[in-house]
Design a protein around this ligand. Structure first.
Ligand SMILES: [Zn+2]
Length: 390
């Protein structure tokens, strides 16, 4: 407790009262908003210095302790950590370490399936501090890590054990060009041949452009017929909508890159870009914890199926043919942005650009099918919108 004067004491009491009531050490298989809130507040607090450099090291220690408390096995032999060497010194005798991934494993319970594994991940690193200014990264990606911890807790504590092995990995150095996941994919702790699906989440608690409140985007299912069917069969919690998109619409935006390149069926979850992205105002007060909770339940149920179903996904050499669902998702976004300039103000030039995208999308929807040239138009324009508008 700081200071001794009555004034400081009352300040401290007011401050403590404003802290979330639950502590993140409370253990139960249920996924509650108050637990998620506690994780996000803690990870985004000044204690972790924006989760870069010494702050990242401290965060990885915090996560390893959380996995240990759940009695999950270390993912890397005896250790919860995987050191990431710098590109320049990798393979030399004096390799310098730039960070470390942290992770745990829950071994499968079925003797026939336990060598196969499912990987659930979320990067923990963020931008650190610039001068005295803290970049808390509450959405990016304390929300993803909160999901990872709560889903890990569910599987660790629930009586029903998954048939396949599940690895829970939090990557470091994502913000530095996916160095953590690239290193992991090149040096996996379990056989890559037996990795049946890769799931990652990056930013789960906001609303794309402030207009997609009920949506989470789901990318990657176009690369596996089985995975597409599986996500469509999984019940979506009330109040949540899944906006399915091809991952190519956003380019390589998170840790799925190195796994997609190795043809591992993958899913990428994100609630998308918002005005506080990569800014000091990405704070825990702005997270929608109820939405985060619903997304966690959905991801947990997808992982459960992947770990227990008899069949596993396989990689499609060609992506599934484009469909109207994806067009509809993008159309909802541009329609709402144009309709609600109060929520997402745009300069006239950018509005014009969004308007022309809107026109073409409604034409495609009128035609009732997506032609090959429509799809390539969509890919380039979605990327352009992401770079220049959102
Ligand atoms: Zn991120």
């Amino acid at each position: 407790m700081p200071g001794s004067s009555v004034f400081l004491m009352s300040l401290w009491m007011a401050y403590s009262a404003s802290l979330p009531a639950a502590s993140e050490s409370e253990l139960s298989p249920d996924i509650h908003t108050r637990e998620l809130r506690a994780h996000v507040y803690r990870l985004a607090s000044p204690e972790f210095l924006g989760r870069r450099g010494p702050g990242a090291a401290r965060t990885s220690r915090h996560l390893a302790e959380a996995f240990k408390r759940l009695e999950l096995k270390p993912a890397f032999g005896e250790s919860y950590y995987q050191s990431i060497p710098s590109l320049l010194t990798e393979g030399t005798s004096k390799a310098s370490v730039i960070g470390r991934n942290v992770g745990a494993i829950l071994p499968g319970s079925d003797p026939k399936l336990k060598d196969e594994w499912i990987l659930l991940s979320a990067h923990f690193d963020h931008l650190g501090k610039r001068g005295e200014v803290l970049y808390p990264g509450a959405d990016d990606n304390a929300t993803g890590v909160a999901m990872l911890l709560e889903v890990a807790e569910y599987f660790a504590l629930s009586k029903e054990k998954p048939r396949r092995t599940i690895a829970f990995i939090s990557f470091d150095q994502e913000e530095a060009g996916l160095r953590g996941s690239m290193y992991f994919a090149a040096h996996p702790p379990l056989s890559f041949r037996n990795l049946k699906a890769f799931l990652t989440a990056d930013m789960l608690g906001r609303s794309m452009a402030n207009v997609m409140d009920e949506y989470v985007f789901l990318m990657g299912s176009e690369r596996s017929t089985h995975l597409r069917r599986l996500v469509e069969k999984t019940a979506v919690p009330r109040g949540l909508k899944i906006g399915r998109l091809g991952a190519d619409l956003v380019g390589t935006r998170s840790d799925y890159g190195p796994f997609r390149d190795r043809k591992i069926p993958f899913l990428f979850f994100s609630t998308g870009q918002h005005p506080d992205y990569h800014s000091p105002s990405d704070v825990p007060e702005r997270i929608d914890y109820q939405k985060l909770q619903r997304i966690c339940v959905y991801i947990r149920d997808v992982v459960k199926r992947l770990a227990n179903d008899d069949a596993v996904p396989s990689w499609n050499e060609k992506p599934l043919p484009p469909d109207l669902d994806e067009i509809r998702t993008v159309a909802v976004l541009v329609n709402r942005v144009l309709k609600r300039p109060d929520l997402y103000p745009l300069p006239e030039k950018k509005r014009d650009m969004v308007r022309s995208v809107q026109q073409r999308l409604s034409k495609i929807l009128e035609n009732g099918k997506v032609a090959v040239e429509d799809r390539s138009w969509l890919m380039w324009n979605a990327r352009l919108l992401l770079i220049t508008v959102f």
